[in-house]
Design a binder for this molecule. Structure first.
Ligand code: NDP
Length: 673
């Protein structure tokens, strides 16, 4: 049978491999079954298409439009995931591994879809932080905004997660409004190609938003400019080579890298054999060693256990690892499949030779395990014990990207932290402890070396997500050896594809740019009570000022009796005066809020459907009996929520008879259209 052609998607057309193609092997059989790559890839055409077609198409959509598109794309992929599962076995992955790659990728896209609609505006400008008061009278203000970069996101991905690796970068880029050119690792690009076909066939993506390079990237990096981004996952050597490309350096092109990481896991000094934490630790370590045959950037490479428990941990781990069935990943009884290729297997064997110069192998024989004679890239899980980790180097520096881990003993928690940080920067470190002081010490002394710290114990293990699972909500990336990059982490990930710009100007200028009212913006007179006006009719800055109402002693006493809030400052003049905040008995803050509502609401059934909350409430000046209050109500921002209603954020200021502000807050209502 001939080799299957794995194509690239260039400027709206599928391009089949040519004389520049490389063969791709099936991880289970070792046989070549596909080919990908082109001798001449027209990088200029791809970049031009992304910049002039994809970017403008995406930027025309609002954040919410793009979030809805992500949701639809994720659901469409979900409906076609069986085809992706079927194909993925050839990478050596088991069905459990597919769930991480394929379902995990789809889930990540769904989280960005949801966060985009909940945490980003229904517009084109993302506001970062509060208005800055940079002038005395408030006529000149500052604000930070983010707008999408106008270039292309080039995503160079590793072989181990052909679907998740693409989607975890693609979802934030598309949400930001940036088109992407995806270049998967050739070894598993056939799975990525299918996922891209499924997404393109859905018709959900605007033209130019997504292109694919199967095979070599050619000289594309030489043609990038300051509006482009490169996000790389793979080995340190490739990262170094690519990030030192003169064009990337000269044009300050954003370059993010996820690379080798010697992730560690500490068994807390408080944990005794037989405790729930002890078993939990073994489970986490075994899972990290064997999932994806250890080809996971977050896998536990270094196991740190108290010296006093080291034998117990080694024996228990050996017992667990001996239960692992290595073999054909398509078979149900298989726990661990093959590595991706014979080359990757050779690389792991070369790396463990280095580790073995400092540590004794206590489990796993690559030459004699049951799959040793297979032509597939099979290896057993392998555990090493390093008796002198202080004087070792390779075990802290060498990432054997397979089912390999090294255990070492530590004397006390300071020693454990020192060993952990010898990895010189990792994606994740975990600590299994039930002692909050241990957790605090690790966070303070090791946090700076790790992108993520994962604490787990009997209280959280029922719902914990696993040491090795990057979550879309949490930052993924790490300093130093891990590449110095940052991905995921909720909306933080989206901002990596946007430019943060400091805007300075008058309140009206800032309001026009951000689509949000800021203090000092010219008041817009409402043509009718704003509660009578539908969502779309309401204008940003539309304001009403209410009549005033005098607060009496009877009001305060009535409210106290009615609610049961008889706090002394409301009831006892002498006691209130002894308090540094109050001149006399004062009105309850909640009484003022209630009076405010009584002053500004329009009582009739209308477009305002519900009051859904208050934000940023501040009581600024006490109100005593005899004071009178009035309310200024302004439309601050509007966000469509669904087909029936949207959220209106109102700025509310209560002032007294001297025009002093006594309270301020933001009121949230849901309004029909
Ligand atoms: P590589 O660094 O070889 O490749 C990573 C990506 O870069 C692939 O898409 C590859 O494409 C591409 N690439 C390689 N050379 C170039 C180039 N000159 N220009 C443009 N793109 C290029 O890593 P692998 O995926 O092969 O994995 C090798 C090792 O990387 C693993 O053994 C492991 O140690 C480490 N790794 C670390 C990860 C982490 O996050 N910690 C994740 C995955 C891997 P192509 O396949 O076509 O060569």
């Amino acid at each position: 049978m001939g080799l299957q052609d794995i194509s690239s998607y260039v400027a709206g057309h599928w391009v089949r491999p040519d004389s520049g193609a490389r063969e791709i092997e099936n991880a289970i059989t070792g046989q070549a079954f596909a080919r990908a790559g082109n001798a001449t890839l027209n990088a200029g055409t791809m970049l031009e298409h992304a910049r002039t077609v994809g970017g403008p198409n995406l930027r025309r959509l609002s954040f919410h439009d793009r979030a809805r598109m992500l949701k639809a794309l994720a659901l469409h992929l979900g409906a076609h995931k069986q085809a992706l599962y079927d194909l993925s076995f050839a990478t050596g992955a088991t069905q459990a591994d597919h769930l991480i790659d394929i379902d995990g990728g789809i889930g990540t896209m769904l989280v960005f879809a949801s966060k985009g609609r909940r945490e980003m505006p229904d517009g084109h400008v993302y506001v970062d932080g509060d208005v800055e008061q940079i002038s005395r009278k408030g006529s000149f203000l500052g604000q930070h905004i983010c707008t999408p970069l106008q270039g292309v996101a080039v995503h160079i991905n590793a072989f181990n997660f052909p679907v998740w690796g693409m989607l975890e970068k693609l979802a934030p880029a598309l949400l930001a409004g940036m088109p992407a050119i995806v270049k998967p690792a050739t070894a598993t690009c056939y799975v990525t190609e299918l996922a891209v076909r499924i997404m393109l066939d859905s018709g959900l993506l605007p033209e130019g938003a997504l292109q694919l390079v199967s095979g070599s990237l050619g000289d594309m990096l030489d043609h990038l400019d300051c509006q482009d981004v490169v996000s790389f996952t793979g080995s340190t050597n490739t990262a170094l080579q690519l990030r030192s490309n003169p064009n990337i350096l000269q044009n300050s092109i954003r370059f993010t890298a996820e690379q080798d990481s010697l992730n560690g896991s500490i068994l807390g000094p408080d944990v005794q054999p037989g405790s729930p934490e002890f078993d939990l630790f073994l489970k986490e370590v075994q899972r990290e060693m064997t999932t994806k045959a250890g080809q996971k950037c977050t896998a536990i490479r270094r196991i740190l256990a108290p010296q006093s428990s080291i034998d117990a941990v080694i024996n228990a781990l050996k017992a667990r690892l001996s239960e692992i069935t290595v073999g054909d990943p398509t078979q149900k009884e298989t726990d661990m499949g093959a590595l991706v290729s014979a080359a990757q297997k050779r690389d792991v064997l070369a790396k463990i030779a280095l580790i073995a110069s400092e540590a004794e192998r206590v489990f796993g024989e690559p030459d004699t395990h049951p799959m040793a004679q297979s032509k597939g890239a099979f290896l057993p899980p392998m555990l090493f014990h390093c008796a002198d980790p202080d004087n070792a180097a390779h075990i802290h520096q060498t990432e054997a990207f397979g089912p390999v881990s090294t255990i070492m003993g530590y004397r006390d928690i300071d020693h454990a932290i020192a060993l952990l940080n010898r990895g010189k920067g990792s994606l994740v470190a975990s600590v299994i402890t039930h002692d909050p002081d241990v957790a605090r010490q690790v966070a303070l002394s090791a946090g700076a070396f790790h992108g993520r710290l994962y604490f787990n114990n009997r209280d959280s293990m029922g719902e914990s997500t696993g040491h090795g699972s990057p979550l879309p909500h949490m930052v993924h990336g790490g300093p130093g050896r891990a590449g110095g990059g940052e991905e995921l982490g909720g909306i933080r990930a989206v901002l990596h594809y946007m430019q943060r710009t400091a805007i300075q100007g008058s309140p009206d200028i800032l309001s026009a740019i951000t689509g949000t009212w800021v203090p000092g913006t010219a008041e817009v007179q409402a043509p009718a009570h704003p509660f009578t006006r539908g969502f779309y009719a309401l204008m940003i800055g539309e304001t009403i000022i209410t009549a005033s109402r005098t607060v009496t002693t009877e009001d305060i006493e009535h409210f106290a009796a009615f609610t049961g809030d008889t706090f002394y400052a409301h009831m006892d003049s002498e006691a209130a005066k002894r308090n540094p905040f109050f001149p006399d008995r004062v009105a309850h803050g909640y009484l003022l809020l209630s009076f405010a509502a009584g002053l500004f609401v329009d009582p009739d059934e209308g477009p305002v459907l519900a009051n859904t909350g208050l934000d940023n409430l501040r009581f600024m000046k006490p109100v005593v009996a005899g004071d009178s209050i009035k309310v200024r109500l302004t439309v601050k921002a509007k966000t469509r929520r669904n087909d029936d209603y949207g959220e209106v954020r109102w700025h509310v200021t209560l002032t007294n008879q001297d025009d002093d502000r006594v309270a301020e807050y933001e009121l949230l209502t849901m309004n029909s259209y």
